[in-house]
Design a protein around this ligand. Structure first.
Ligand SMILES: *[C@@H]1O[C@H](CO)[C@@H](O)[C@H](O)[C@H]1NC(C)=O
Ligand SMILES: *[C@@H]1O[C@H](CO)[C@@H](O)[C@H](O)[C@H]1NC(C)=O
Ligand SMILES: *[C@@H]1O[C@H](CO)[C@@H](O)[C@H](O)[C@H]1NC(C)=O
Ligand SMILES: *[C@@H]1O[C@H](CO)[C@@H](O)[C@H](O)[C@H]1NC(C)=O
Ligand SMILES: *[C@@H]1O[C@H](CO)[C@@H](O)[C@H](O)[C@H]1NC(C)=O
Ligand SMILES: *[C@@H]1O[C@H](CO)[C@@H](O)[C@H](O)[C@H]1NC(C)=O
Length: 272
């Protein structure tokens, strides 16, 4: 029953908006064992929420308007502290509440970047450039549009010095750049080219586990997937499996948008 509701909602939303203007329905599902708190951050246009609670097994459909440009991530292990401030062990947006209305502070979590109806096309990128907290999968509504995902076992994939713990549990993996902010790991200054900025152990581990996620500035160009503008997406946190994107029968890959040595997210934001 809980599985069917989002589909009905999705259909209703689609009927409501179709023919009016080009939007996409993003359905966010929580298949994790625990509650997660998704964050929806907008750089251009706005969606109706900036952060919400999603219990295990729940899903929520949000409508991304034409020209929406934003990111989706998820917070884990959140609670209200003794002063009533809401804080999370991973992905905290530091708003003190469930909504994340202000600026976004990058943290070691798995990011999903979307551009909706950007000149007639949609695109999405899974990024582990700043770190990783939860596995996720993206399934576009149009079968010709590539489905991607990233599923990592943190205890095996994350180098020891980048592991983030809560008690004895590994809850996230930081990126090497975020951990030490060195020019070498962040591909800045003298390390500003593919020749000088080599993938770190972090990048190599994640490239093996998620070959189609964006992991550092000089990644190969296969992390951004484009679809036509009316495509909807189902975004699943903690999917039981991820699509096999390694098949050789795959359609040709679109080129990734340009980004500088600061990394894609920094380029988008103009900040760190
Ligand atoms: C989730 O819970 C189920 C049943 O309790 C367990 O089998 C599974 O390993 C858990 N998964 C994770 C990722 O903790
Ligand atoms: C934290 O407090 C808010 C507001 O009182 C409440 O809605 C929310 O459920 C609480 N969250 C947790 C994890 O206890
Ligand atoms: C609540 O959290 C905000 C943001 O992290 C912080 O600025 C504020 O000082 C906190 N308030 C209390 C009472 O701890
Ligand atoms: C994409 O959007 C443009 C205008 O934004 C519209 O003219 C076109 O019909 C749309 N294409 C699809 C496939 O929805
Ligand atoms: C890019 O795709 C090719 C072939 O599909 C794959 O062999 C390679 O590992 C991928 N590289 C990255 C960094 O994702
Ligand atoms: C990757 O993309 C950049 C800019 O988008 C381009 O300059 C470069 O030639 C591309 N590399 C490959 C291997 O396609």
């Amino acid at each position: 029953m809980t599985e069917r509701l989002p589909l009905i909602l999705l259909l209703a939303l689609h009927l409501f908006v179709s023919g009016v203007f080009s939007t996409s329905i993003l359905t966010i599902e929580n298949k994790c064992n625990k509650t997660i708190w998704p964050v929806v951050f907008s750089w251009r246009s706005k969606v109706s929420t900036s952060g919400f609670t999603l219990k295990s097994g729940e899903a929520r459909a949000i409508q991304a308007p034409s020209s929406w440009y934003g990111l989706i991530s998820a917070r884990t292990l959140c609670s209200n502290d003794s002063t009533g401030n809401f804080t999370c062990a991973t992905g905290d947006c530091e708003s003190g509440g469930i909504e994340c209305p202000g600026a976004y502070n990058w943290s070691p979590v798995t990011y999903l970047l979307f551009r909706i109806d950007d000149g007639g096309i949609n695109s999405y990128t899974i990024s582990v450039e700043y770190g990783y907290n939860l596995p996720l999968k993206v399934v576009p509504s149009i079968p010709t549009c590539i489905s991607s995902g990233c599923m990592v076992d943190l205890s095996k994939t994350c180098p020891n010095d980048l592991k983030k713990f809560v008690g004895r549990d590994i809850v996230a993996c930081n990126s090497a750049c975020r951990e030490d902010n060195s020019q070498e790991n962040c591909c800045t200054r003298y390390f500003n080219s593919k020749q000088t900025c080599k993938p770190t152990q972090y990048v190599e581990n994640f490239d093996r586990a998620c070959p189609f996620a964006y992991s550092y500035a000089f990644n190969d160009n296969n992390s951004t997937f484009t679809c036509t503008n009316s495509t909807d997406y189902v975004i699943t946190f903690c999917p039981s499996s991820i699509p096999d994107t390694t098949r050789s029968s795959m359609a040709p890959l679109p080129a990734e948008p340009k980004h500088n040595s600061q990394g894609m997210l920094n380029t988008i934001l103009g900040t760190t």
